[in-house]
Design a protein around this ligand. Structure first.
Ligand SMILES: Cc1cc2nc3c(=O)[nH]c(=O)nc-3n(C[C@H](O)[C@H](O)[C@H](O)COP(=O)(O)OP(=O)(O)OC[C@H]3O[C@@H](n4cnc5c(N)ncnc54)[C@H](O)[C@@H]3O)c2cc1C
Length: 606
């Protein structure tokens, strides 16, 4: 049943998808339909109150809760990956941390694609275009917030600012990290984030509410008659015209979807383009269900191939999350919210009354580490030389028998290792958590107060894949991020935890330190820490790069205009296209991609 015809159909109303849909429909003559598998959750307090999101059932109902295949390097464990299933996508459930990666990584993106429009200086206007930034007030400044006006936008859509509450540990941990060699950051979105500071947050400072992609790009424009959003609509495939364009390229003319609870498919027709924005797991899945991908994998899943593009779903990466926890002698940690329901209720009432209290806090301050923060120069040289000596070996192993992609991964690693040697590849984020954060459940750990440091592997060299295993659109794909497949990833993550535990015990944070809980006093050596981490590390939910923007001869899937190779009118606009993992939380980069996509599309019409 054909419902309607639109100029553009966007598959997935998440971060990238809503950005491009909203910008395109600023032109009243353009019609756009967005098909989103989840629902509009903006009215849930768990979604709009900063401190509540990870706290309960709402999170679970808004989450795809993907599971990886058993991870060879993590004791065979399967690992859960969160990804938002709601209008607004992952920004509905994310932690609002809104920094950007190092300028050199965006420059490397352009270098890999031989395109100077994908470089830091060329992309900064698009980062800024997405932002409606509120500078810190006196209270926030007195709590250590710093910012550079020049790197922020004041006329965009995503409300970016700072929270109304800071935990006592925040200031202490920043000073402790500075004592161990970190510079104090003037602004973690400035393209030079090797420092410690309080990052911007995707938060509406005026109301102290979270701001998702739906809050930013949909709610204010929901009345547009040329923007149609269909929620609870899971896309099953892109439909193609019978004949290819004169140049042999596939032409999309519709999208098929299933409404939740129905077993009937419906169709929307497309006159211009299909824009795939279903996220780094969802987008390769939709392409594969549509017959675009590695023909052998598609046939095994029962899908008839229409375009052999073997890199679809390959080059998949995720940041890896680990923790160090110390006991603390202060009582004002967020542990109390779990331990004392009456206090939690009082704090929630306080948030509603005047937007303050613990629930008004954004979660963390961040330290972004360079190699020199965690390795000696001898170690850096040795690690880089070993990785360079084995570069072809790993690139081939990670490429799943795809010679073009092996070259692409080798090119990525060459750039990454060159930056590593210059101390510009930033392998780790350390972020302070004012309370327990780790793998041990509340019932299995001492009921005490904690200071935690999350250590996130930020620029992994490991590459895995995500592929469909069935033609049924409701069957999850087989996800293999191949965590810790490269020795440099293992060495970096172990070094990150060793640094985290040093920070926890360093002055002035030592003034509230009453011993280490995890990794624990019996796990001192790197080998012991590594063994423990293999049993506990998890996903940081920063999946990317599964439809990489790279030249086709290097195993890329989209070109620098975001068009899928071999198609006339299918673009990808989400975290899938980031060619290699960037050292940052991803949402600011995905918004930038959405803004850039709209600009490319509009420019193409001119
Ligand atoms: C728990 C969590 C915490 C995070 N914390 C941070 C943070 O603090 N800061 C930060 O910057 N980043 C964070 N991230 C990462 C960041 O939010 C994501 O990388 C980014 O939002 C991804 O954008 P996207 O457009 O690629 O995908 P998404 O925003 O996930 O959008 C994809 C959309 O497509 C929909 N979809 C998928 N398949 C289909 C289908 N077949 N049919 C229809 N719709 C479909 C999904 O439901 C979703 O709405 C976090 C992510 C998670 C999950």
């Amino acid at each position: 049943q054909t419902v309607s015809v639109y100029d553009y159909v966007v598959v997935g109303g998440g971060t990238g998808g809503l950005t491009v849909a909203s910008r395109l429909t600023e032109n009243p003559n353009i019609t756009v339909a967005v098909l989103e598998a989840g629902f509009n959750a903006e009215g849930l307090q768990e979604v709009f109150i900063p401190g509540l999101i990870a706290s309960g059932q709402a999170f679970k109902s808004l989450d795809w809760s993907y599971m990886t295949v058993p991870q060879t390097n993590l004791n065979g464990r399967t690992v859960k990956m969160n990804a938002g299933k709601a209008l607004g996508g992952s920004t509905v459930i994310n932690s609002m941390i809104f920094p950007r990666a190092a300028a050199q990584q965006y420059d490397a993106w352009g270098q890999l694609n031989n395109d100077s429009t994908w470089t830091w200086s060329a992309l900064l206007p698009f980062f800024k275009r997405s932002e409606l930034f509120t500078p810190p007030n006196a209270f926030q400044t007195s709590n250590g917030v710093r910012y550079l006006p020049d790197v922020h936008g004041d006329a965009g859509r995503v409300k970016v600012g700072f929270p109304n509450y800071f935990f006592e540990q925040s200031e202490l941990w920043m000073r402790a990290a500075e004592g161990l060699g970190f510079a104090s950051s003037p602004d973690l979105a400035n393209g030079d984030p090797n420092a410690i500071g309080i990052p911007p947050n995707s938060i509406d400072s005026a109301n102290n509410t979270r701001c998702s992609a739906a809050c930013a790009y949909y709610t204010p424009f929901a009345g547009r008659t040329n923007l149609v959003v269909i929620t609870n609509a899971t896309v099953s495939r892109i439909l193609w015209t019978n004949s290819t364009a004169g140049d042999g390229q596939l032409v999309a003319n519709g999208v098929e979807f299933i409404l939740t609870g129905s077993n009937q498919t419906q169709t929307v027709s497309v006159s211009k383009e299909v824009i795939v924005s279903a996220g780094a797991v969802g987008s390769p899945k939709v392409l594969e269900l549509s017959g675009v991908g590695n023909s052998t994998i598609l046939q095994a899943a029962g899908v008839t191939p229409v375009l052999d593009l073997p890199s679809v779903g390959e080059n998949f990466v995720d940041h890896v999350h680990s923790w160090a926890n110390s006991f603390t002698n202060i009582s004002g940690t967020k542990d109390i919210l779990g331990a004392n329901p009456a206090f939690a209720a009082q704090q929630l009432a306080q948030w509603y009354a005047n937007r303050t209290g613990m629930y008004a806090a954004a979660p963390r301050s961040l330290g972004i580490a360079a190699p020199s923060n965690v390795f000696t120069s001898d170690q850096m040289q040795t690690l880089a030389s070993q990785a360079e000596a084995n570069l072809t070996l790993f690139a081939t192993e990670f490429s799943n028998g795809n010679p073009a992609l092996a070259q692409g991964i080798a090119a990525q690693h060459t750039i990454a290792l060159s930056l590593f040697k210059q101390n510009k590849q930033l392998p780790l984020e350390l972020n302070a958590e004012p309370g327990y954060s780790g793998p041990t459940s509340a019932s299995a750990r001492p009921q005490r107060n904690y200071t935690a440091i999350n250590s996130v592997l930020y620029s992994p060299l490991s590459r895995g894949r995500t592929h469909i295993i069935s033609a049924n659109p409701l069957t999850p794909p087989a996800l293999d991020p191949a965590y810790w497949s490269h020795p440099l990833d293992v060495a970096s993550q172990v070094a990150g935890i060793q640094l985290a535990r040093r920070i926890l015990a360093a002055p002035p944070l030592d003034s509230i330190y009453t011993g280490e809980f995890e990794p624990g006093p019996d796990r001192v050596s790197d080998a012991d820490v590594e063994a423990w981490l293999r049993g506990v590390v998890g996903s940081d939910n920063h999946q990317s790069s599964s439809l990489a923007m790279m030249p086709r001869e290097l195993g890329g899937v989209v070109d620098t205009k975001l068009v899928v190779y071999g198609t006339r009118n299918v673009r990808v606009v989400d975290a899938s296209i980031i060619p290699f993992p960037v050292s940052s939380h991803l949402s600011s980069t995905v918004y930038m991609i959405g803004e850039r996509a709209a600009d490319i599309i509009q420019g193409g019409q001119a």
